[in-house]
Ligand binder design. Sequence first.
Ligand SMILES: Nc1nc2c(ncn2[C@@H]2O[C@H](COP(=O)(O)OP(=O)(O)O)[C@@H](O)[C@H]2O)c(=O)[nH]1
Ligand SMILES: [Mg+2]
Ligand SMILES: [Zn+2]
Length: 243
Amino acid sequence: MDCGADPAGLKIAGMSSERTIRIERDILGKNNRIAADNRARFLTDDLLVFNLVSSPGAGKTSLLVRAVSELKDSRPVGVIEGDQQTSNDADRIRATGAPAIQINTGKGCHLDAAMVGEAYRRLPPLKGGILFIENVGNLVCPAAFDLGEACKIVVFSTADGEDKPLKYPDMFAASSLMLINKIDLAPVVDFDSAKTIEYARRVNPNIEVLTVSARTGEGFAALYAWIRKQAANQRRPVGDALP
Ligand SMILES: Nc1nc2c(ncn2[C@@H]2O[C@H](COP(=O)(O)OP(=O)(O)O)[C@@H](O)[C@H]2O)c(=O)[nH]1
Ligand SMILES: [Mg+2]
Ligand SMILES: [Zn+2]
């Protein structure tokens, strides 16, 4: 693991646990300071920022392609894409006409606040709009790294297996919204929605839940209503013109 953050208590051969903890604290402390700068910048720019996290393939990019296409005519929308390699996802977003910056983390398994600050400077002005950050597909360490976002959204696909919130509790604890995607596949994969929600609320009683299909568009009206609510919470007029 390259991430240098291990909230669950990493053991490194030949290194005392005190030293390991100190290194973790230093890395996360530095990240948190940069995240605070990003957050201040986003507020100044009147920007609502979401950090999308999930296992690889849950449908983050597909969701964003649909959401960005449907939102971009009513307000500025931009995307920061994180993957170890390729610019495939940024290309998919740009095909909608919205701006996207790709970050390649190489051996890295998460985005950090410095990467996001740097990518944000390369985007056109998005004042009064929405910035979506698609994190590296990984249900573990992106939970520990604040990027300066308003909140994290965990995308969970009906094919992921209902017990993932129990197996990767930090991610579900850190997220404000669980977006259950690929609901069109639910009958095929025998998806148990009630069990998934029960497990997610066991680790995070406050997590909100919406069910969508990036393929068919089902549930997106409720997602936009949720985004409007977040915009209102940030006390901005952004929500009024959302579809
Ligand atoms: N049936 C179905 N497939 C989906 C849905 N959303 C995404 N996919 C498919 O799942 C795969 C992974 O999607 P992608 O957006 O690249 O996931 P990411 O790795 O989380 O960004 C692709 O083959 C998508 O076409 C959905 O709602 N329904
Ligand atoms: Mg993707
Ligand atoms: Zn990592």
